[in-house]
Design a binder for this molecule. Structure first.
Ligand SMILES: Nc1ncnc2c1ncn2[C@@H]1O[C@H](COP(=O)(O)OP(=O)(O)O)[C@@H](O)[C@H]1O
Ligand SMILES: [Mg+2]
Length: 374
């Protein structure tokens, strides 16, 4: 009997909704089907606005909450079609939703994801677990990163210290040491792709620096890099998490305003910033690690992967594909797993990672409407 769950994830890059159908029958999850579904351009712009980078949070919030729920449903139904699987064969969906606010260090900490799960449950006929971050925030945690528990369940190895590095819009690490698996730790190291994406959008009019070719063509501006590295986020001791509310074009302009670096050299420097801050975090907090497994869209930025390896000469740098999970689908699979954890009454956070006072069950369950029950 298969043990099927679906994970739905859209990260800070807003490069589309990742959906994965995962079978958890054996210890190693088996990803049976995947589908990436882009946001319609108008909704994407509304989401960018809601992030507060272009305009203050506006009254459209309720509308876009439902619109994201709608498009997540469409993405799920297309995934089911691709897989040739009926809704009733799937136990539940874990939907991360779309983050539009994340400030765990505010006087009243919060993290807000939208994508109305009631709509997803109705349109798919599958129970939905959503709103994963707020229980951890209520327990005094950062609400992020949440993928380390999944990384531990799937990638931990009892003979080797490993680090998982997920390079989405923001980058986060999970440190897996076999000696003491209750001590799993992890945190956001800083920007992943987001600053490079923004810079490419402005100067190349493309959504990203494809394969990192532009970054590879320039020179690092050492003075600019050293200046950016003085930012307080990089010095802060974990637990810590961040988002595009912090690392955005405004953040970058604080460092580039007075300089004379070329646009190309700034891109190369941003690539080095991501590689260097991740590498430094690994050297500081996981000095016994032998292997680095990378996942997230950043694996496709070849210059970034090259610079990561160059900054970590003692480590073997691979992608999670070498451990059986395609790097593009690790996060979606993680939210499928977190839905399973929820239904089994098991915790989803790791207090040593998020800073929460205790391990708690994450998410809220929305049952599919009765008319869909067979
Ligand atoms: N071919 C590619 N070349 C360079 N960068 C890429 C490529 N494919 C994906 N990326 C990067 O990966 C990002 C998406 O990664 P993802 O893990 O989905 O992040 P998020 O979780 O923030 O959505 C894109 O915004 C882009 O920066
Ligand atoms: Mg993405």
């Amino acid at each position: 009997m298969a043990d099927l769950f679906i994970g739905l994830m859209s990260g800070t890059s807003m490069d589309g909704i990742d959906t994965a159908l995962v079978d958890f029958t054996s210890r190693q999850p088996n990803i049976l089907a995947t589908h990436n579904h882009c946001y319609p351009a108008v909704l994407q712009q509304q989401l960018e606005n809601a992030l507060g980078l272009a305009a203050p949070l506006n009254t459209d919030l309720a509308t876009i909450d439902d619109a994201v729920g709608d498009i997540f449903s469409v993405a799920t139904n297309e995934l089911l079609g691709k897989a040739g699987i009926e809704a009733e064969q799937v136990t539940a969906i874990g939907s991360h939703g779309q983050t539009i606010r994340h400030d765990p260090d505010a006087p009243k900490p919060y993290s807000l994801q939208i994508g109305n799960p009631n709509i997803i449950a109705r349109n798919t006929g599958i129970d939905v677990v959503a709103d994963f971050r707020r229980a951890d925030i209520e327990a005094g945690g950062q609400g992020a990163p949440l993928v380390p528990a999944f990384h531990q369940a799937v990638f931990a190895d009892n003979s080797e210290d490993r680090v998982i590095l997920n390079i989405g819009g923001i980058a986060n690490i999970t440190i897996l040491t076999p000696a003491n698996d209750t001590q799993v730790s992890g945190f956001d190291t800083g920007p992943g792709n987001t600053l490079m994406d923004n810079w490419a959008q402005t100067h190349l009019q493309t959504s990203m620096d494809i394969n990192g070719d532009w970054a590879a063509a320039g020179q690092v501006d050492t003075a600019l890099l050293e200046h950016m590295l003085t930012d307080t986020y990089f010095q802060a001791v974990p637990p810590k998490s961040t988002g595009r509310e912090y690392f955005n074009p405004h953040w970058l302009s604080q460092y580039t305003a007075d300089g004379d670096a070329t646009a190309n050299s700034i891109q190369t420097t941003l690539c080095e910033l991501t590689a260097r801050t991740a590498a430094t975090a690994i050297q500081l907090y996981a000095d016994s690690a032998k292997r680095l497994l990378v996942c997230g869209g950043g694996v496709h930025n070849l210059q970034l992967m090259k610079r990561l390896a160059a900054n970590l000469p003692g480590l073997t740098v691979d992608t999670t594909a070498t451990c059986g999970i395609n790097p593009d689908w690790v996060e979606a699979a993680a939210f499928a797993w977190l839905a399973k954890q929820h239904l089994e009454g098991k915790p989803g956070n790791i207090p040593a990672v998020t800073g929460a006072s205790e391990a708690v069950s994450l998410g809220r369950l929305v049952r599919q409407p009765p008319e869909n029950v067979l």
